[in-house]
Ligand binder design. Sequence first.
Ligand SMILES: [Zn+2]
Length: 506
Amino acid sequence: MGTLVMAVRSAGELPSRKMATRRFGCLTVRRFTSIMMQMILQFASWKTMVKTHAAIVLTILAFSASATAQTEVDTLIVGGHVFETSSKSFKETIAIAIKDGRLLSLDRPVSDFKAVKTIELTDEEYVLPGLIDCHAHYNVRLFKKRREEFAVMPVIYLANGITTTFSCGEFAPEEMLALRKRIESGEQIGPQLLNSGPYFGRARPGWRGKKPAEEIRDEVDFWSRQGVGGFKAKAIDPDSLKVLVEQAHQHGLTVTGHLDSGFRNSVNPRDAIELGIDRIEHFIGGDAMSDSKSAYAVLGNITRDMPEYEKAVQLFVDKNVVFDATLTAYGYPGLPKEEYDYWIDERKFFTPFVQEHVQNRKPKRPMQVFEDIYLAKQKTISAFHEAGGKLSMGTDHVSDGTYLPGFGAHRELDAFVRNGIPAVDALLIGTINGARALKIEKDYGSIENGKVADLFIVKGDPIKSIRNTRNVKTVIRAGKIYDAANLLESVRGKLGPADEDETQDW
Ligand SMILES: [Zn+2]
């Protein structure tokens, strides 16, 4: 604008002499020019005025907009600390904004938002991505059989900050599918449930010998259409595993396996990796496990500096296969240990009838073989981690009325740290590694803009002490907020049969 005014003025000050003597009707050219110049100048200054006013008005509007037109969100978390997966550290929270079940923003100031609910954290509170249990059974074995439990187990998982579970092998796949649908529709409270469908292999009741390839392919197609999150092989033969892996990959789904040494037509994890399996449960196999003996017979003797162990680890690293270590799973049947101490009495979630039954039954004899496996797995795990092997977290606990796998997730994190894995890495194993293992990292596994708002808030820094993950205060699943204590209270005394008659189904 200033430039324009200057230009008009310069032209007015320097009229040419020829123009000055020419006539224009009754006006001299000089007079005409003078009138025109005045008109131009007036127009110019009017425009300046309008523009100046417009600028002032716009500035006022902008100020008032920032004061009133904030972004409307469902939830805002302020204060405390938030886990940043990329830097492997906690940052001071600016404002975690959640809208329509997703994380909208992490780095804009609180004043940018208008929230339906604001959660204010103290300096002692830490926000973590929801835990992902890659080997989550909804199983109990209380009386006659091993079976799934659908009412209490989902709530226990969620109350412990576990927002995604992969049910790693199912005895009642149709009922597990129905549970998933109830959770998805909001009819029932629980974590995200990624079904696996039935076991593939002799772990499935009624599976004998080898199944025809076509039958396996049809089953994989069927369960893929039901929206399962992957498949689980257990006690499978090599030919069936090959078909399972091929067909699952056709649907973009992963396969994991509880395998063996190669003994009696079983599959050694080493050979399963060559067949393209995505994950391995419990033990990494390899040449330390000869096919002349079962896996359980030799597992307890494996050490971290055995060349066969190192070679097996390297295969996992080279082929990018995830190892779901289930470190604590083999310790439950063994002797009492400090790491299994209760911080909340898990037995109280069972019905009074089950509690009484558990108290009066004969104590189980600890099994030395599991005790040896438990110790060997713990002594070798950090070597796997240090070599660059990818670990995920899986609880794999079938409750007998004393412990519950929801709480077990915290025991599993603790086991990683007790055995030489840094606490911050244990947090990554329990979150983003699980998401990558299940191929859901686009939406899950870390607190990042655009991802599903799955997180939990604990008291105390879990990097200083991993056991602080146990102090769960609040859980947010797909944007919905749950008070952990209220969740637990809602299922206290409810798991299992209420009386002798009901034990028929258990
Ligand atoms: Zn299992």
